[in-house]
Design a protein around this ligand. Structure first.
Ligand code: ADP
Ligand code: ADP
Length: 219
């Protein structure tokens, strides 16, 4: 039976960090909407250019573009056994579209872990985040530093700081989360899928709690 897990939480909560770890443990495809948009931008596709108009301002990419992109991604063969969604859905319209898409395929969402972290902590997390341009792995200069400062442990690429992790855009992204994405907490709680996890714990402890919650829901 395929498993679909949606990781919910504000920018900087640790969704990407956790998804990298648990997608391997659970053997599920890791689908990060932000990574797909950044990949498209790097390859200078039409989607990448369009998405970047919104990303660079800390706004959400319009629902129609985002939903079409995810539908295409989830239709690929590596998702037949399920997927771990990181950063999608981010609006009620996206959540509805996802439910509809999965229902058409005869499957559904199994669990929505919500990683909660207060806004003050998010700013510190995002402003110290360094990202690998090759594998997308994320580090924090203080909380999760690479072995060699400035370079990825996995592939040795030179790390970079995302444009949208710079100060004004960070506060805008947190506001956008609070107004447009946080209603999904109640949306999924009402469907009995939500599992709230304290995202201020260490990376290892968050992983343990996440795996325990997922196990409860999908066995
Ligand atoms: P973070 O992990 O810091 O929350 P992401 O890498 O998930 O950031 O997303 C970066 C940007 O990509 C977002 O600020 C937004 O502009 C765009 N984006 C990613 N996912 C979505 C989505 N589901 N809907 C709309 N825009 C999105
Ligand atoms: P998101 O995908 O939700 O935007 P990330 O996984 O990219 O979040 O994490 C944001 C930043 O916070 C990164 O620099 C990451 O290394 C760091 N981080 C992630 N989880 C923790 C944690 N539990 N404690 C401290 N720092 C963390």
């Amino acid at each position: 039976m395929a498993s679909f897990i949606v990781l919910l939480g504000p920018p900087g909560a640790g969704k990407g960090t956790q998804a990298q770890i648990i997608s391997k443990t659970l053997n599920l495809a890791h689908i990060s909407s932000g990574d797909i948009f950044r990949e498209n931008l790097k390859n200078e596709t039409e989607l990448g250019k369009k998405a970047n108009e919104f990303m660079s301002r800390g706004e959400l990419v319009p629902d129609d573009l985002t939903i079409a992109m995810i539908q295409d991604r989830l239709s690929r063969p590596d998702c037949v056994d399920g997927a771990l969604l990181d950063g999608f859905p981010r609006t009620p319209a996206q959540a509805e579209a996802l439910s509809k898409m999965l229902a058409e395929w005869g499957v559904g969402i199994d669990c929505v872990p919500y990683i909660s972290v207060a806004p003050e902590i998010l700013i510190e997390r995002l402003s110290g985040r360094w990202t690998c341009p090759t594998c997308g792995y994320v580090y924090h200069e203080q909380f999760n530093p690479p072995v060699v400062v400035g370079y990825c442990d996995k592939d040795g690429s030179k790390l970079y700081q995302r444009e949208d992790d710079k100060s004004e855009t960070v506060t805008r992204r947190i506001d956008v989360y609070l107004t447009q994405t946080s209603p999904l907490i109640e949306y999924y709680r009402g469907r009995n899928l939500l599992a709230e996890i304290d995202g201020t714990l260490s990376i290892e402890e968050v992983t343990k709690k996440l795996l325990a919650e997922i196990k409860l829901k999908i066995g």
